[in-house]
Ligand binder design. Structure first.
Ligand code: AMP
Ligand code: MG
Length: 520
């Protein structure tokens, strides 16, 4: 395999624990522990992402060879790797949970790529000091979901960690998938993820909670210098730099929320330990894609009661999480005012971003509150497939004779649409077309903008489950097919029309399709 150039700035500059190995412990005065991946007996490559590999300069030959397999299964370390797990805390479902940390993630090292760098991280490669009572492993089902979705998000244009490889370990991992006492063995797997940094809000929170303010400052300076070099004015204006940095984290988080809302993605577990400091989507667990447009929907059964992380609440939770980050870094700035201002600016930025997105989703030239608000209401009247609806809407214009017939396939039960509901839709359509005309928007340019904003192909929950079912039976061809289609989510790709279809009835209440737990 082509050699990778490691420059492990994080472990070189930040203090690590003096102990090594996976003995569970509460860390103090350190940010990470050195720990090696646990070797596995029968690694098999399920898939690798050619485009993610290209970021590292790895070719097809590199990725299909034995060395690649052994390294990314956790059996072999390359020269100058420095495997370690990092320590963070977090608020889980609104409550401070104390130390969490990389319980089953092991950073292998940072690859230097000109002016940038990528951390290689294995997920599911065995226990670390932060595994608490768990095993540090991951099953094929959840690994496949992470692998497919992170690449799909990248192609949709949504900031995300990347996935390089998905490897089954040849070992069994026992999981009680629905937490109902039916534990069963599943295939074990390891994903290799890539990001410039896997630092989470929870890293800062942990240091603040331990009241290690010098280390908090050192770590914050490190993150700014390494990941936000354009802001680095730490020597001349230390506090000003911290403030500018927090403002940028707020901006990136707001932008990420706009993107999730645009494509209908529900993360499912927006705990502060699952919030990337870079504003990337991170930790694909019980996430889901909106099928019927429903702001109250969450795929996560663990959150079914409270629905804290439902689709419509994600932007507000983003702000709540930023507030926890602000609390953690307040000792560095000492004045809450600029942090409060940044949190207010988050709302303004999110609102503006959301308005721009809805304007583009509808192909308007200018935002129109009345049209948007009425549409969002309309979409909830009868179960309406969000993805199909916006694509179908792009094709409706003044010449469309029977717009409702053209939209019928977007509804899960079109035959149940009441006459009054049909009339409301018709009225909205007429008003929408009138507004477009008033704005001087042509059908052709509207269609272009809409189809660049509204994906045709998303990783529908049932599609992921079909790929999982066949992968568990040893057939990985569906993974390949799905990824190929999801690479061009805005293209029509008529030969793959079946992968744009709305959820079939069998998937409505099936575990894995509409209900997911945190078990992974
Ligand atoms: P999550 O809900 O996936 O964000 O995980 C919350 C915390 O639990 C993180 O610290 C994870 O590293 C840890 N964790 C989740 N699953 C496992 C596992 N199978 N083994 C060890 N730690 C885990
Ligand atoms: Mg997590």
């Amino acid at each position: 395999m082509k050699s990778l150039n490691f420059d492990n700035q994080f472990t070189a500059q930040m203090p690590g624990d003096t102990d090594t190995g996976s003995q569970r412990k509460q860390l103090k005065d350190a940010l990470f522990s050195r720990v090696n991946p646990t070797p596995v007996s029968g690694p098999q490559l399920v898939h690798y992402s050619e485009d993610a590999a290209a970021l590292l300069g790895l070719s097809r030959e590199d990725c299909t060879g034995d060395e690649f397999l052994q390294v990314f299964a956790g059996n072999l370390l390359l020269e100058n790797m420095d495997p370690h797990a990092t320590c963070y805390g977090g608020h889980q479902f609104g409550n401070w949970a104390g130390q969490l940390g990389d319980g089953r993630a092991i950073n292998l090292g940072e690859v230097t790529l000109g002016d940038t760098h990528l951390m290689l991280q294995l997920k599911g490669a065995g226990p670390t000091p932060f595994s608490r009572t768990a095993d540090g492993l991951a099953v094929l089902r959840s690994s496949l979901r992470e692998y497919l979705c992170s690449e799909a998000m990248y192609y949709l244009g949504v900031p995300t960690t990347r996935a390089l490889s998905l490897i089954t370990t040849g070992e069994e991992v026992v999981r009680d998938m629905m937490y109902d006492g039916n534990a069963a063995p599943e295939k074990g797997a390891v994903v290799c993820r890539l990001s410039s940094s896997f630092v989470r809000f929870g890293h800062f929170q942990m240091l603040a909670a331990r009241e290690e303010l010098d280390l908090l400052r050192e770590f914050t300076d490190f993150v700014i210098r390494r990941e936000f070099p354009h802001l680095d004015n730490l020597v001349a204006d230390t506090k000003g730099t911290y403030i500018a940095w927090f403002e940028e984290v707020c901006d990136r988080t707001a932008d990420l929320m706009v993107e999730w809302m645009r494509v209908g993605f529900v993360h499912g577990v927006m705990n502060t330990d699952n919030m990337s400091i870079l504003g990337e989507t991170i930790d694909y667990g019980p996430y889901g894609w909106l099928e019927g447009f429903d702001p109250n929907w969450t795929p996560n059964t663990t959150d079914a009661g409270q629905r804290r992380y439902r689709y419509g609440q994600q932007p507000a939770i983003g702000q709540w999480n930023l507030m926890q980050l602000a609390n953690a870094i307040l000792p560095l700035i000492e004045d809450p005012k600029p942090l409060e201002d940044a949190l207010s600016a988050y709302v303004t930025r999110y609102e503006a971003g959301w308005q721009n997105t809805m304007t583009a989703k509808l192909g308007l030239k200018e935002y129109n509150k009345d049209i948007v608000d009425r549409l969002l209401n309309l979409l909830t009247v009868s179960e309406t497939d969000m993805t199909l609806f916006f694509r179908a809407l792009a094709d409706i214009n003044h010449d469309t004779e029977q717009p409702l017939t053209d939209l019928a396939h977007c509804y899960y039960t079109p035959e149940q649409l009441q006459e009054s509901e049909q009339a409301t839709i018709q009225t909205w359509l007429a008003d929408y077309l009138r507004v477009l005309e008033e704005q001087g928007q042509s059908d052709a340019s509207r269609r272009t903008v809409m189809n660049q904003t509204n994906p045709k192909y998303v990783l529908r929950n049932y599609l992921a489950q079909i790929a999982i079912d066949s992968a568990e039976a040893g057939d990985f061809s569906k993974v390949d097919e799905l990824l190929n289609v999801l690479k061009k989510p805005y293209d029509e790709q008529p030969e793959y029309e079946h992968l744009a279809a709305k959820r079939p009835e069998w998937a409505r209440n099936r575990a894995g399709c509409s209900m997911l737990s945190c078990s992974s």
